[in-house]
Ligand binder design. Sequence first.
Ligand code: KIV
Length: 300
Amino acid sequence: MSLSPHDETGSEVRLRDAVTLKTLRRMAERGEKFACLAAYDATTARWLERGGVHVLLAGDSAAQVVLGHERTIDAPIGFLVQITAALKRGAPRTLVMADMPFMSYHASVEAAMENAGRFMRDGLADVVKLEADASFGALVDRMTRAGIPVCAHIGYRPQTTAVLGGPTAQGRTEDAMEALVDDAVALEAAGAVLLLVEAVPPEVTRRIVEATSVPVIGIGAGTDCHGQILVVHDLLGLTDQTPRFAEPVDAIGERIKEAGAEWTARVARDQIGGSRYTMRETGPSAGPASGAARASNTDR
Ligand code: KIV
């Protein structure tokens, strides 16, 4: 009996090869763009992998879109470790990147190494992401030598928003552009396996791609990078204020609202759907509680 998954017509589904850093390097060399999304749970990850997305990031944006905070710096490390592992369980053939949250890699090298190790072991991460400039080179080098692949997030770094005085695009003068290119070169030299560039003019991205040789992921950084990333909520149309660089492919927020309204109306009419449990004459006195056997339809 074949253990391969089948689709609804009974045909065998060919699973794609797992996406690794080698895959991304190969794609970058061939000029094939790779797709990345920040996502936060196993179910969404499973569907995104089926859609062909190459990289999933357990982003600290979870603080905002999942936990309802105003700022990404409010993302708790334990929560991010958990959602990183959830992404990997939901999408085992996708490269999963873990965002190291605010102050998890700043207080000391020892704490940073411990926390990165936690993302690799408990979080099942393939890569950890740090918001960095050239001054983080020594830390990136230390992690790399320990076997922890690092993505260096440069340009606008949301964890520094308080210092900037608000979200601010970066690299908009010649000097600022040169400084960002220097950061990128220094971080690659320190061992960064990926760069992620946020909120810079396309000219800056182009210069960074020319000056470095690792795959570069962009967000609000134009199309000259090797991969693109968005927050999945912005892509799905779940965000009230979509950022200027994102274009939703759907309006799932509206659809959830409609589904909520429909369910409310059905409940009011006692039209709850499904089928009812029946009494048994012999055997166990109670069937499984709702949700107790999610995987087994026959028990439910
Ligand atoms: O936390 C996040 O969502 C990010 C973005 C770059 C997508 O870091």
